[in-house]
Design a binder for this molecule. Structure first.
Ligand code: ARG
Ligand code: ZN
Length: 864
């Protein structure tokens, strides 16, 4: 089904600099779609208008479709031609009506782009370029149209018919069919088009907007899942209210529908008035969803809802501007989640995600700016850089402007560009105009790739009570960008007195703009300790001259909880890097700092649980010139064991203290569950004889998935025989629940046991494993490829396994396959033996006949 490129060696490169306004506009479009999984008829009627003085033909995008008939102004036409996927129609006047009929077979669509079948439903995914798989159209986000859609389908099989906008009529037809008409009054680009047909039930409520309009909200699922939709529905109302209060944004249609589908390439999609979700971001109940899942459901529901303004009312001019909607919307959903619980813990989680996904991307072969200059396949640019670094860029603007001026900037942006397709530059201009700030140099955040590195050296002259902080910045080279200019780095800085533990003056926001700068602090009478990049005010790597004692001090005394966490992480990281590079390290400073945090009665459990966790294998590896995954995991395990042993009484105490009587979803209860499972992990790491027993009891007695999966995770990495029993019990209990089975696969793929690779190879042959479902493919192959020890087995068997899976997956679903390439692409970071093996697998993939352009781009760039 996917594009087969005869000469993948010559991919077409799309460049931002080549942007030109569309030749033809399509102010109105009407579609009649007669749905059937085997053969769907799509009849599209477009009013087209010549845009500017030119004599070029109407050129419409198409992908794997053929026109069965074309009419121009009501007359059947045959003057059209086909070039590549394009349909080219010569037209003489300024305005015409063009009508096209296309036939589709949604049940054969395995790419899950365009119109496809999933678990008895028919649904669509159009962003970025899926609409051209449904009909011929100028498939670019700066062509905005008003849509009228009639859906027709067999009434018994597809009783529910949904599309964008408001419902305007329904009725019965012959042959057991019925129809539904939908009108969307807001002009939109075709990537926001959506339809769903199926046998669905709704969880409904109403929402009254602040100006008093009543909106009917519904979450549509298959009947057995209805009981799992309350959390998502509640999150929807909460985010609608939040966007009114925090951004002054009100909803604009009479209905807001969300549909959950099982087969989905990513998280969810913000189609106007009809969001379509991967079911993992809708369905949640205590028995099947972890606290992490609950939080993710709320965050993604909010994210897609927020797109109604940041994405739909104001959309993107071209795909190079993708971060305009995604970076801003991620920032908005992060703020929303921070407001629902502990802001500090949310910030810790967001920074952890950034470091796990974006920093490696920014230092590897696929590094690209937040506003890229070119791409081959746009689907490959839905990245952590566009989303998460993009959100950090917005956050820095908010930090520099302060709350009120940032809000004035966002109001001006929405006001100026409502109903249009805008650019990143438009956003920056609105912030400059309303916020009275000059962002000229700051714009480098959009154009320069790479994570800036800051070196901070604090010196103290006790005699004259002066401290000097000297700062230097360096932005590393990235592909296509050998030299960089200094950027604007907003650094929140504060000094603390080493003797009293008290702050020495107020926090300062320092904008580092030059390659180097010096900041003086006066009347510093005590030895100062430096707290820098508080709240992670800039997404950079900071190296300081702080000692282990300084870091331990900050982990106990800093008044910014994020900075306390950060100091602890840095202390752990320094210790682990010493252990890897010298073969051993003194663990005592970490042990003392962890004990202090664990037993600090003023801290909440959620924060403690985050702060006492060791940095991941891959984050430790990122600090090393050449990564030895075995040495890294040995060092980490040794520190875990020592922490487990030295603090065993404290872990057991925390474990008991965090025991709950019954499930409750509140920040306090979530924190307790988190600390309980983290403590269990350390008890197991200590080698305590009863650890497996403790885990098995927790596994069996749990009244919620967080405790159950937490215990299972501990068991699955252990030597205890009960791990087999637990896996069987878990499997049998949830064998009909695909989302929980995904956990069964991923928990095993993430195990730290020596036999993980063999287990994973076996699981790939399990009857419940399929590459056709993206969640399942990611649960096994995706999870395994981030398991540093197992994936990097020195004989290359892990690499071969992943490459085999990717080659097979590419034939079904290139987009999902291409997303899984980056772990193999990081070969430069490893020893020569591993690097050669990794390259060998990339070359084998590249040589595969019929490789998709998605895979081609990722793999070819990774080999460079
Ligand atoms: N706009 C969607 C979201 O972030 C994601 C669309 C992803 N599309 C893709 N081709 N990867 O909410
Ligand atoms: Zn988004």
């Amino acid at each position: 089904m996917h594009d087969v490129h005869a000469s993948p060696a010559l991919p077409r490169v799309i460049r931002r600099a080549d942007y030109a306004a569309p030749d033809w506009l399509v102010p109105d479009i009407a579609m009649v779609i007669d749905l059937d999984p085997a053969q769907t008829h799509v009849r599209t009627t477009m009013s087209v208008t010549r845009n500017g003085a030119h004599d070029r033909p109407l050129r419409l995008d198409g992908d794997m479709i053929e026109p069965s008939i074309v009419w121009i102004d009501g007359i059947e036409a045959d003057a059209w031609t086909r070039t590549g996927g394009m349909l080219e129609i010569p037209l003489t006047g300024q305005h015409h009506i063009v009508e096209i009929e296309v036939l589709l077979a949604p049940e054969r669509n395995t790419q899950l782009m365009g119109l496809y079948a999933s678990g008895g439903l028919l649904c669509t995914q159009c962003e970025a370029e899926g609409f051209r798989r449904i009909t011929f159209f100028p498939d670019r986000p700066d062509v905005l149209s008003r849509y009228k859609v009639r859906l027709i389908a067999n009434k018994a099989r597809f009783p529910v018919l949904l599309a964008n906008g408001d419902p305007v009529g329904t009725g019965d037809l012959e042959d057991g069919k019925h129809y539904a008409d939908w009108d969307d009054p807001f002009p939109k680009p075709c990537y926001l088009f959506a339809l769903v047909a199926g046998d669905l039930v709704a969880n409904r409520t109403t929402f009254v907007t602040r100006s008093g309009r009543e909106v009917s909200l519904a979450i549509w699922v298959r009947a057995p899942d209805l009981a799992k939709t309350d959390h998502a529905l509640h999150a929807l109302s909460t985010s609608m209210r939040w966007d009114e209060e925090v951004y002054g944004r009100e909803y604009d249609l009479d209905v807001f529908n969300i549909v959950a589908v099982d087969d989905f390439n990513f998280g969810a999609m913000e189609n106007k008035g009809l969001n379509i979700f991967n079911s993992r971001y809708i369905l949640a109940d205590p028995d099947t969803a972890t606290d992490y899942d609950y939080d993710a459901v709320a965050a993604v529901v909010a994210h897609e809802y927020f797109h109604n303004w940041s994405g739909n009312r104001v959309t993107c001019r071209d795909w190079f501007q993708l971060s305009l909607k995604e970076g801003f919307t991620v920032y908005r959903d992060q703020q929303f989640s921070a407001d629902q619980g502990s802001a500090a813990v949310k910030r810790i989680e967001d920074v952890r995600t950034l470091r796990a996904a974006q920093f490696p991307e920014d230092s590897g072969p696929l590094a690209h700016p937040v506003r890229p200059d070119e791409y081959q396949e746009i689907s490959n640019f839905y990245t952590a850089t566009i989303y998460n670094k993009g959100a950090e860029v917005i956050r820095m603007m908010a930090t520099m402007l302060g709350r009120d001026r940032f809000r004035a900037g966002s109001d001006l942006y929405f006001d100026r560009h409502d109903g249009t397709a805008a650019t990143v530059e438009d956003f920056a201009l609105a912030m400059e105009d309303a916020g009275e700030i000059d962002l000229a140099q700051f714009r480098l955040w959009y154009s320069q790739a790479g994570t800036p590195r800051v070196t901070a050296t604090l010196t103290h002259h006790a005699g004259d009570g002066r401290a000097m902080l000297s700062l230097r910045q360096h932005v590393p080279a990235t592909p296509g960008q050998p030299t960089k200019q200094p950027m604007v780095l907003p650094l929140r800085i504060k000094l603390f007195g080493a003797d009293t533990g008290k702050p020495l003056g107020e926090e300062r926001l320092f904008l580092l703009r030059d390659a180097a700068a010096e900041i003086a602090f006066e009347t510093v009478t005590e030895t100062p300790v430096l707290s820098i990049n508080r709240g992670f005010s800039a997404p950079v790597v900071v190296e300081t001259n702080r000692t282990a004692a300084d870091l331990a001090f900050l982990s106990a005394h800093d008044d910014d909880p994020f900075a306390r966490y950060e100091a602890m992480q840095q202390l752990m990281l320094d210790t682990l890097v010493t252990a890897v590079t010298h073969g051993h390290a003194d663990h005592q400073a970490v042990i003392d700092a962890v004990r202090n945090t664990l037993t600090d009665a003023n801290l909440d459990s959620a924060f403690i649980a985050e702060a006492v966790l060791l940095p991941s294998d891959s984050f430790i590896g990122d600090q090393l010139a050449v990564v030895d995954p075995d040495a890294v995991s040995a060092a980490r395990e040794a520190l875990r064991r020592d922490l487990g042993r030295a603090l065993e009484r404290d872990w057991r105490e925390a474990y008991e203290r965090s025991r709950a009587n019954r499930f409750e979803y509140s920040p306090a209860a979530k924190g307790a569950r988190r600390l309980r499972t983290v403590s269990l992990g350390y008890i197991a790491a200590s080698g305590a004889a009863d650890a497996a027993e403790l885990a098995f009891v927790q596994f069996e007695n749990a009244d919620n998935m967080t405790d159950r999966q937490g215990a299972l995770t501990t068991l699955v990495s252990s030597h205890a025989d009960s791990r087999i029993a637990a896996l069987d019990i878990f499997y049998n209990r949830y064998s009909d629940n695909p989302l929980v089975l995904d956990k069964w696969f991923s928990t095993q793929a993430l195990s730290s046991r020596d036999d993980t690779l063999a287990v994973v190879e076996e699981l790939a042959r399990h009857r419940d494993f399929t590459l056709a479902n993206p969640n399942r493919a990611r649960a096994l192959v995706g999870a395994f490829s981030v398991n540093q020890r197992a994936f990097h087995a020195a004989d290359g068997r892990g690499y071969r396994f992943v490459a085999d899976q990717l080659i097979a997956l590419d034939k079904l679903n290139p987009q999902t396959a291409a997303k899984l390439v980056p772990p193999l692409g990081r070969w430069k970071r490893f020893d020569e033996g591993r690097a050669t093996l990794m390259r060998g697998e990339l070359e084998r993939i590249l040589a595969t006949p019929g490789l998709s352009k998605d895979m081609f781009e990722q793999v070819a760039k990774s080999l460079d």
